[in-house]
Design a protein. Structure first.
Length: 264
């Protein structure tokens, strides 16, 4: 039996749900409201001291960190395999997966906040309430980053390096797809699983104009969205309020994003 602690729109949660769906594994769902701070409840921190989602419990064993969970699931449920039999392709897969913990996830979170989610922090709050919400980030570095991102949006000093890192991800994927139909070669793998939520987020943030000059990425994303597991693992868990927010606010900020990318 698998228990999954997760959030519908969390990119890391989406990665794990994709893997579970690809493996045909059901799970007991524990959906979290991250805005309400469910992930900071003492009972959950006893499972995952990092206070983030996702976490799984499988046969009484607790595993957290999405990349680690996906690798674990690929090993304990070997069919169908989410890795190539070729050692070189497996190495390429691991390079992709590794990048998300080394800056890509943070970059995606930054552009999401600056383009759209900042409005969730601002709207309906007094200055005092907004300050209290931002002061809730215990880590002073993260607090400073979030404060600037929320207050300044795409004008934040953190936005440009973040959007450029996401664009590099798309450029690298475009290049990788010249060697095969999937991210790390000719086998659908954990690399594609890891990429899917982040490319989806680019589309949800109305920045899919970036696909226009990257036709292999556009084709890859069309094929990803056509997989039955995409609906099960992502679409069925999408929050319509979040989708509406991203659509509305991202459209307003599209020119600003293009301006940031054009200015060097």
């Amino acid at each position: 039996m698998i228990e999954l602690y997760h959030n519908g729109m969390s990119t890391c949660s989406q990665k794990v749900r994709i893997t579970l769906a690809e493996k045909g594994q059901d799970f007991t769902s524990h959906p979290f409201n991250l805005r309400a701070g469910d992930q900071h409840h003492p009972d959950y921190l006893a499972l995952n001291p990092n206070g983030v989602v996702p976490t799984i419990i499988h046969d009484g064993k607790v595993i957290y960190e999405s990349a680690v969970i996906d690798e674990y699931l690929d090993e304990v449920f070997p069919d169908p395999p989410l890795h190539s039999a070729d050692p070189y392709e497996r190495a390429r897969m691991r390079i992709w997966v590794k990048q998300f913990d080394e800056g890509l996830h943070a970059a995606s979170a930054t552009i999401s906040t600056c383009i759209a989610f900042r409005y969730q922090f601002i709207e309906g709050k007094t200055d005092k309430e907004l300050k209290k919400a931002l002061d809730g980030y215990v880590d002073p570095v993260k607090r400073a980053r979030m404060t600037e991102n929320v207050m300044e949006g795409v004008e934040s000093s953190f936005f440009k390096p973040a959007i450029k890192r996401v664009v590099k991800m798309l450029d690298d994927l475009q290049a990788s797809l010249s060697d095969g139909e999937w991210a790390s070669g000719n086998t659908y793998s954990l690399a594609d699983v890891a990429l899917t939520p982040y490319v989806t987020r680019v589309a949800h943030l109305q920045q899919d104009w970036l696909f226009d000059t990257r036709p292999r990425v556009a084709d890859w994303f069309d094929r990803i969205c056509a997989r039955p597991t995409y609906k099960v693992a992502l679409e069925d868990w999408f929050n319509p309020d979040f989708l509406s927010l991203m659509e509305a606010r991202s459209s307003e900020n599209r020119d600003g994003v293009k301006g940031v990318l054009a200015a060097d």
